[in-house]
Design a protein around this ligand. Sequence first.
Ligand code: MGD
Ligand code: MGD
Ligand code: SF4
Ligand code: MO
Length: 709
Amino acid sequence: MPTHSDTAPTWIPGACPHDCPDRCSWQVKIEDGAAVELVGDKLQPFTRGVLCAKVDHYLDRVYSPDRVLHPLKRVGAKGDGEFERVGWDEAIADVAARLRRLIDRHGATTVLPYSYMGTQGIVQTSSLDRRFFARLGATRLERNICASTAGRGIVATLGATTGMLPEDIAHSRHIILWGTNTVVTNLHLWPFIRQARAAGATVVVIDPLRTRTAAQADWHLRPLPGTDAALALGMMHVIVNEKRYDKDYVERHTLGFDRLCARLDDYPPERVAAITDLPADDVVRLARAYADTQPSAIRVLVGMEHHAHGAMAFRTIACLPALVGAWRHRGGGIVDFTAKPHYQALNVAGAEKRNLEDRSIRSVNMVQLGEALTSEAMAPPIHALIVYNSNPAVIAPNLNRVRAGLAREDLFTVVNEQFLTDTARYADYVFPATTQVEHLDLLWSWGHTYVTLNRPAMAPLGEAAPNTEFFRRLAAALDLQEADLYESDASLVRTALDSDHPYLDGVTFERLWEHGWAPLNLPADWRPFANGDFPTPSGKCEFYAEHLQAAGLDPLPTFEPANESPAGDAALAARFPLLLMTPKTPLHFLNSSYANLPRHLRAEPEPRLDIHPADAASRGIADGDPVRVFNDRGAIHLRARLADRVRPGVVAVPFGWWKAHAPAGALANTLTADGLSDLGGGGDWHDTLVQVSRDEASHTAPLRNGQMG
Ligand SMILES: Nc1nc2c(c(=O)[nH]1)N[C@H]1C(S)=C(S)[C@@H](COP(=O)(O)OP(=O)(O)OC[C@H]3O[C@@H](n4cnc5c(=O)[nH]c(N)nc54)[C@H](O)[C@@H]3O)O[C@H]1N2
Ligand SMILES: Nc1nc2c(c(=O)[nH]1)N[C@H]1C(S)=C(S)[C@@H](COP(=O)(O)OP(=O)(O)OC[C@H]3O[C@@H](n4cnc5c(=O)[nH]c(N)nc54)[C@H](O)[C@@H]3O)O[C@H]1N2
Ligand code: SF4
Ligand SMILES: [Mo]
């Protein structure tokens, strides 16, 4: 059992750094300066000592022979992965000199940072890096590949994303997991759902795919992707027409009920059935169960946002709890991101020094990196790209365009990484980044309300350095003088904790240093909208949201088909009749992370195309057959898996694999759309049409099974 004492061997508290809602606390055992064991912290009330299959062997990642431990300089062609070792001083001086030359010639906006949440702490995700790029005056990056669309949609209705506390789902009696794969992506919520179930709750999953979560549900509904707004409107139609709504709550705490009712006339169950391809009876049955079984909870997360009308879908679903008065109850409402109370409590803006950023400088949406690197319209073009905490050559949509950009000879690319990722292979310089056991960080969570401190448990291996140190060294090499650029990691943690907010009462650096985590000090009876108090412009739950008009959207909930869908573009759908989903199904990968480690690849040897037996039969495809999946953006070759996992008209390819480790280099994002969502600037990659054919040609690379080089 880990203790917090300082006698040898020592156990050091820390936390999983990944972009996962669960934010597990862990303890690292140190002997003779080396990490010898890493286990979940059983005392943490939400994560309870259980690490997932991805992270359970985190020390394999730390001590992997494939770690980048020294600065590397490219000697081969871009993308080939041939590098030679160079010294930090020499490398950073050359990077500074080249940046200086490019900035002198093209202006500072020729520099583009590209980062996301490869590590998700305040210090290593968004502190000195933000200050550094603001000081340079670089092109700004819109970091909205995840959650901003869902968030903006929910905020349009509720004014805030944080509704129910996740653990309160244990009190729910009717739970809809709507477009989220809890068992895979949010594992630590599942015990609370099981608790509810043991007390009689019904669990419904709404997902076009039969996910692991759907397989465990009491009822699985499979609408066509991108049609959830219609389903929610159909439910509201039934709830209102059958007078199952909470009249008192609606009158006191909502805005625009009459206008909503007029809109609901357009969504009788029969029409909703035609849009969603669900039986009309199911729409009615779901509406009745949802309204009548209180407390009822809806869990949403991210995957469903990646559509052209993703925000509208979230906004529409967010109308449901107010209609039935679910917010009155503990265990009623919507469970969404918990980031907001963390951001209210912690001084994140102080760590980032957001005031340094000049918001008049142009910005690039990270979803559209390919376009930013290849478009003629970019003036000045991006000539310098600095990537950290992200692997765009795998995770960004429309990869052929991304890779064409990364391959440009007139692009100077610097990548700060733990491994030689697909992206790093295009770099002119790669710098070695520390892992979570080698650096300090303060972490919030988007899936629970505990603040966590991650202490460095051991000295960095080789010449690895934290992200912050990379930016300090680069700032020094550029001769930048501002003290803000050189704040220490410990001081950054203290800056972030420097807040008078009551949620942070009693949460001190010392307490966190000792125990690793502390709960935010939230009010005991957390039913944020039990008496209305919605932080919207009207103070009410906005069925009608005036300000949406300004954004060019319908002020009422509505359904519109995506352009890239059979209902949106019949001509395109005639050529590419199948909708492609590319979700996070691999249990052993976290986005693209771990998709290079032997243990994880043994468990996830190859991506398969999931295709419904009816769609396969009409194409002469049998289970295990090689297939070609293609559209105008590209083609991939992989093997088919015939199963009821997908519904007719929909196929799925999981994402995460790297080119070198996926058989035949089949990366899901080769095919995906890189348009934007309606609000929040997220991607629309689940609106992707493809065609599938049996692959008669032999593969360029043999399909391997369970092995890696
Ligand atoms: N194992 C594992 N866990 C992870 C991650 C990982 O890569 N691997 N990634 C982490 C990250 S970054 C995130 S953002 C979260 C995401 O967590 P989730 O949002 O739960 O995961 P996704 O796979 O993105 O999407 C969930 C489901 O949405 C469904 N979906 C897509 N479009 C629609 C639609 O139009 N309607 C409906 N009803 N469903 C739809 C997909 O089929 C998918 O099963 O997971 C985190 N946890
Ligand atoms: N088709 C499709 N595409 C998707 C998604 C999908 O569901 N389908 N999901 C999208 C979503 S929700 C997200 S969040 C994005 C995720 O996209 P990313 O954030 O780019 O993905 P990750 O694989 O989590 O992390 C990227 C890299 O960060 C590195 N890293 C980790 N710690 C550190 C550190 O301390 N320093 C440095 N310098 N690097 C570090 C890791 O080694 C890893 O290579 O992908 C998106 N792309
Ligand atoms: S990836 Fe998520 S579930 Fe796994 S250890 Fe990290 S926080 Fe926990
Ligand atoms: Mo994400």
